[in-house]
Write a protein that binds this ligand. Structure first.
Ligand code: SAM
Length: 345
């Protein structure tokens, strides 16, 4: 009706098959009366599925102005249940959409049942990775939409990325995002969608991943510290893990501090990063965090930008990692940690 052509720059691949759209909504678990945020509704296929499922309120975030007229059309038919936000999802704080709505279905607290809320999106491939990191960070601080409880996320990714997110230990797909996603949530590939279901057809198949936030994260160190440890330790995937770990430090102290970490964690320096469990990344992050608190300037140190020394970085305002006070404490024994998640060395 609106003669809209997909824009490659916005990674637009639409799902025109309503059965697939409904399947995404079903796996997300939307029930009548639930509140939903949809990222990148485009022409509105999943949007229709969410409204059909009886969502009590639906807020969509779409960057492309060409979709605003068809979405407005849908909103008019949805009888005050649907709200359109013409915005960039990377800049939009989705928790703000509902913060002034006292009737929102929030949980009593983080440990109670998840609230009747969902975040759903057939994401553009080009923003999927930065967006999931932003959402995992907010989830770890229980801020934004996660201030309302353990809101589940149901998002699409290139199948290869979906497999990395959910990868078990010792698999080739194990990477930084596996640890980041699994320590704070329980990601699962709900189902796969063949590239042929999309218009235009992408070169890859797609995985629909559902992330359920954990009651208690497997690592109790600020997100930014875990992120940095994972990034550096996975830096040399095929080599001994100590090689990546050492890149956290300036050369002259790298050997001593990296060995201090591994001695305390009882990790074999010759193992590879894919063979480390989430809990072992937690042990490494905890000791690295302590080292950073003892040595201002170490946390912002970046081995690719050696111009600034730790001593120089220590004089800056961001010389220390984020404080633990901002970070919610683990309230319960760690859940969902399986034996296979421990290192094979
Ligand atoms: C892969 S298409 C999916 C469209 C629709 N949900 C579907 O499944 O058919 C991705 C959608 O996200 C939108 N988009 C791209 N970048 C965005 C951003 N930064 N913020 C919000 N929407 C974005 C695109 O315009 C497009 O509508």
């Amino acid at each position: 009706m609106y003669r809209l052509q997909a824009k490659k720059i916005l990674s637009q691949n639409y799902i025109m098959d309503m059965n697939v759209n409904r399947k995404i909504v079903r796996h997300a678990g939307v029930k009548p009366g639930d509140w939903v945020v949809e990222i990148g509704p485009g022409p509105g296929g999943i949007t229709r599925g969410i409204l059909e499922a009886g969502a009590g309120r639906l807020d969509v975030v779409e960057i492309d102005s060409r979709f605003i007229p068809p979405l407005t059309h849908l909103a008019e038919a949805a009888e005050n249940r649907m709200y359109i936000n013409h915005n960039d999802a990377l800049k939009c704080e989705i928790g703000d959409l509902w913060k002034d709505s006292p009737d929102r279905p929030s949980s009593e607290n983080w440990l109670s049942e998840p609230p009747n809320m969902h975040v759903i999106g057939n994401l553009p491939f080009n923003i999927a990775s930065p967006l999931i990191i932003k959402y995992l960070r907010d989830m770890s601080y229980r801020r934004g939409i996660w201030a309302f409880g353990r809101v589940p996320l149901t998002l699409t990714f290139q199948l290869e990325v979906a497999r990395r997110i959910c990868s078990p230990i010792a698999c080739d797909s194990r990477s930084r995002i596996s640890i980041m996603a699994q320590y704070i949530s329980m990601p699962k590939i709900a189902f796969e969608i063949s590239g042929s279901c999309f218009v235009p057809r992408p070169d890859v198949d797609v995985g629909v991943v559902r992330f359920e936030p954990r009651k208690s994260p497997l690592i109790d160190v600020p997100f930014e510290v875990i992120e940095k440890v994972c990034r550096q330790v996975f830096h040399y995937r095929q080599k001994h893990m100590i090689k990546g770990l050492k890149t956290l430090y300036p050369e002259e102290i790298a050997d001593d501090l990296a060995h201090e970490v591994l001695r305390e964690c009882r990790i074999d320096p010759t193992t590879t990063s894919i063979r480390l469990g989430v809990e072992q990344f937690g042990d490494i992050a905890r000791i690295y965090y302590r080292q950073c608190l003892n040595m201002p300037g170490l946390f912002p140190y970046d081995y690719t930008k050696k111009r600034l020394t730790v001593a120089e970085l220590a004089k800056k305002s961001d010389s220390l990692p984020p404080p633990m006070q901002n970070f919610p404490k683990a309230e319960l024994p760690r859940e969902g940690c399986k034996l296979r998640d421990f290192a094979i060395s």
